[in-house]
Design a protein around this ligand. Structure first.
Ligand code: DGY
Length: 325
């Protein structure tokens, strides 16, 4: 019987698929990440790894080069040394598409919550500070007719753009490495340079992968070019913005607010000054966290494993070049 090691408790639908395929599944049930040694040890007699939230570095991959497949329970693969995996001929699978709507919902939620200081207002109630009604207090920002700048117009960015255009008639501009002409037609979106995205957007929403090019892209130089009324939303990866610069930009009112589902590091410290700011909304990386989406992700990850163990190509592969040689 072939064996699969899973680094977290897997949503039921994915687990059932693996078991129905006749695979022996061992899940890590402790509520903490595995150490590198524990991960290597648990993979020693496994044929496949289903990984969520673990760093898979060169040392791990080299020690586990017998693995026939690694399926990630995420669309992002920045926590895997893909180059080493490819050189070792280990196929890496991910879960694109199925989480786009849930993640876009989270971005939309953060945009709206930030525009109305909602998280801070909730804290005020908990602190017993629900004061008397004042027409001039607790004022938020209107989103109707504003310009939404999408940084990374892929599947998730498109869903965020659709929601924002439908709800608030927002004008959509975007910046990508290359133009997405189909999305331009469907969304009436306009491609702009990164500088223009910064200058024209009332809301910037980040939906790109973390790569050496995008790491730290939203730094002081970027925040300085944004509108003083702008809201910055990031549901992609925390390292795409520089947190020290973001905090300073908010403190010095270079921008108006920020909504973050991702931080660096994660978890964020409860003492982080961002958590005390009225115009900041922070969530603990729950972009894809709905029952339906997590089940769908687990199924895609399971399908990747089942295909690889049958000697077939992965339906959702990050490093297809391994099939070329
Ligand atoms: C993803 O799928 O990449 C999510 O951010 C979970 O890490």
């Amino acid at each position: 019987m072939m064996k699969v090691f899973v680094t977290r408790v897997l949503p039921e639908a994915g687990l059932k698929l693996l078991q129905a395929a006749g695979l022996e599944v061992k899940q890590w049930e402790e509520k903490r990440k595995l150490t590198q040694e524990e991960l290597i040890e648990n993979c020693r007699d496994a044929d496949a790894l289903l990984s969520a939230g673990q760093q898979l570095n060169a040392e791990f991959l080299t020690a586990s080069k017998h693995l026939k497949v690694i399926a990630l329970h995420s669309v992002g693969y920045d926590n895997v040394d893909i180059e080493t995996a490819t050189s070792l001929h280990i196929p890496i699978g991910n879960t694109p598409g199925v989480l786009s709507e849930a993640t876009a919902d989270t971005a939309f939620l953060l945009m709206l919550a930030t525009s109305r200081n909602a998280f801070y207002m909730h804290q005020q109630i908990l602190n017993g500070e629900w004061g008397f009604f004042e027409p001039t207090a607790n004022l938020g920002r209107e989103l109707r007719g504003c310009t939404l700048g999408i940084f990374g117009l892929g599947k998730i960015g498109i869903e965020m753009a659709k929601r924002s255009a439908a709800a608030y008639d927002m004008k959509i501009i975007y910046h990508n490495r290359s133009r997405n002409e189909q999305a331009e037609k469907e969304l009436n979106a306009t491609y702009v340079s990164f500088e223009e995205l910064l200058k024209q957007s009332d809301v910037i929403s980040v939906h790109t992968a973390l790569t050496p090019e995008t790491e730290g892209k939203f730094n002081m130089a970027a925040f300085k070019q944004m509108k003083p009324g702008a809201i910055f939303v990031n549901t992609a990866r925390g390292s795409i913005h520089n947190e020290t610069d973001l905090t300073k930009a908010l403190q010095e009112k270079m921008i108006w607010g920020a909504g973050l589902d991702v931080t660096h590091p994660e978890p964020m410290s409860p003492a982080n000054p961002l958590l005390k700011m009225p115009n900041v909304s922070v969530l603990p990386h729950i972009g894809s966290a709905t029952e339906g989406t997590r089940n769908a992700m687990a199924c895609l990850a399971a399908e990747n494993i089942i295909a690889a163990l049958k000697g077939e190509k992965l339906p959702h592969i990050v490093n297809p070049e391994i099939y070329n040689n």
